[in-house]
Design a protein around this ligand. Structure first.
Ligand code: 5GP
Ligand code: ZN
Length: 115
């Protein structure tokens, strides 16, 4: 856990309400500033700054994160209609919180390309 990381605190249950989903490895919670009717963030419980800092030992964890997003999309009833998974990475990627996370966005027709 990184002491000054907001997402580490959410994973540890120190701030925020009860997560949408949590297991030993990952936590999912609603984005505080939703950009779509469904906007969930999925994070590894361990502090990884971004995809750039993930390594081979995180391979199963990253797969689990993605499959958990699919399960949540199904549970929230948006799987068939479609959704988007996004991992903003670094300055040009628009990353603002430096604890690796996936955005699960759904519930409206999302445009492409992103801004
Ligand atoms: P990024 O810009 O790094 O890809 O995404 C960070 C996301 O975290 C943003 O969508 C922002 O709204 C969300 N966020 C930032 N702080 C908090 C917080 O304290 N709680 C929750 N639930 N979401 C947060
Ligand atoms: Zn963290």
């Amino acid at each position: 856990m990184s002491q000054d990381c907001i997402f580490c605190k959410i994973a540890a249950g120190q701030i925020g309400g009860p997560p949408l989903f949590q297991d030993e490895h990952v936590t999912a919670f609603r984005d505080v500033n939703p950009q779509a009717p469904l906007h969930v963030l999925l994070i590894p419980n361990k502090h990884i700054v971004s995809l750039n800092e993930a390594n081979a030992e995180d391979q199963a964890l990253l797969g689990h994160l993605m499959l958990t997003a699919v399960k949540l999309a199904q549970a929230e009833g948006v799987a068939n209609g479609g959704y988007r998974l996004v991992a903003n990475t670094g300055p040009n990627g628009g990353q603002s919180v430096f604890h690796l996370h996936l955005h699960l966005l759904a519930g409206r027709r999302l445009t492409w390309p992103p801004g």
